[in-house]
Design a protein around this ligand. Structure first.
Ligand SMILES: Cc1cc2nc3c(=O)[nH]c(=O)nc-3n(C[C@H](O)[C@H](O)[C@H](O)COP(=O)(O)OP(=O)(O)OC[C@H]3O[C@@H](n4cnc5c(N)ncnc54)[C@H](O)[C@@H]3O)c2cc1C
Length: 293
């Protein structure tokens, strides 16, 4: 896209003169480094692609699985996602990057019965941006996709946003070029950055909030699982994913949802503490039996 806009004059394979550059080179973006776009913090995502026997694969015909719990991730979720002829089994974390292999063992253990007999065909580990870079447009250089930092928290979705930001940015440059015969920083900011932020910032912020509330501890995770059974939640989530922006507010339904969320978190927090207390009592009783013998 950049090349089309750039009206490039190629002097030699090592040197290319262009009017504008779109850095779409992923989380380790060389373009971002070259222009001093600044860093973002990253999560790590690890996944194994596993080819399953036919009958095991059939289980995932209409199903993708998401697992939560400290054994699979302290701050994100583990997944079994069906791809065309295999499943991707993985997990992600920001808080426990050095422990990613233990967490991967956790998700493998949870899904063990369903992926038994499978053959690992590829192992992948990659940084995932946690938020946009401090500077996404520097002069006539613009960053898109992972290079810019466009992965939503909570869901870890980045493919759509990479494609969408690339298109938006390319179109902004092409439009300005057509109108004025030049591409400028101000034009890229107005045609790409401002539009992007207007369209997607609320969604990114909302998903950031959801991740903080629901993945940070067991009470939040239990509440998340409980709420996912709610039809209102399912519909809102489905609509938001499908259209890539938050579904329009439904005041009464949303108020009820807020109330249910708070109630579920309190209930799950109380239950969690009670379970811990019972565990401690059980442990003390076991210790006393040991001492007596
Ligand atoms: C394990 C894992 C699972 C994921 N699961 C999902 C998911 O289920 N759904 C979802 O939406 N997102 C998912 N994501 C996130 C998603 O993959 C990324 O957000 C998305 O691929 C970003 O696209 P991109 O084009 O910006 O970057 P990339 O896909 O990283 O592409 C960048 C490209 O630039 C090339 N490149 C880099 N440097 C140079 C260079 N110097 N010269 C030339 N080429 C270069 C690379 O080779 C690469 O082809 C997942 C990520 C990981 C790590």
């Amino acid at each position: 896209m950049a090349a089309a806009v750039a009206a490039a004059a190629c002097h030699s394979p090592a040197r290319l003169v262009v009017d504008a550059v779109i850095g779409a080179d992923g989380a380790n973006s060389r373009v971002a480094r070259e222009v001093g776009a600044g860093d973002y913090s990253t999560a790590i995502a690890f996944q194994e692609r596993i080819r399953l026997p036919d009958e095991a694969m059939a289980y995932y015909d209409d199903l993708a699985e998401m697992y939560v719990g400290g054994d699979v991730s302290p701050d994100f979720y583990g997944w079994v996602f069906p791809k065309c002829d295999h499943v991707a089994v993985g997990t992600g974390t920001v808080a426990a990057k050095p422990e990613i292999k233990r967490l991967q063992s956790g998700i493998r253990a949870r899904a063990a019965g369903k992926v038994a007999g499978g053959r690992v065909v590829r192992v992948e580990a990659h940084p995932i941006p946690e938020h946009p870079r401090p500077r996404r447009v520097v002069g006539r250089v613009a960053l898109v996709g992972d290079a810019a930092g466009y992965v939503t928290r909570c869901s870890g979705e980045g493919i759509y946003f990479a494609a969408r930001s690339g298109r938006l940015c390319g179109r902004a440059m092409a439009d300005e070029w057509r109108l004025t015969g030049a591409v400028t920083e101000a034009g890229i900011r107005a045609g790409y950055l401002r539009r992007w932020d207007d369209e997607f910032r609320p969604t990114f912020r909302f998903l950031d909030l959801l991740q903080r509330v629901f993945y940070g501890g067991n009470a939040g995770r239990e509440a998340l699982v409980e709420m996912c059974a709610d039809e209102h939640v399912q519909r809102r989530t489905f609509d938001s994913y499908l259209h890539k922006r938050m579904a329009p507010a439904e005041p009464w339904g949303d108020l009820r949802l807020l109330w249910r969320t708070a109630a579920a978190m309190v209930r799950c927090g109380v239950l969690g503490r009670e379970v811990e207390r019972l565990r401690r009592l059980e442990q003390q009783a076991a210790d006393q039996v040991l001492l007596r013998h």
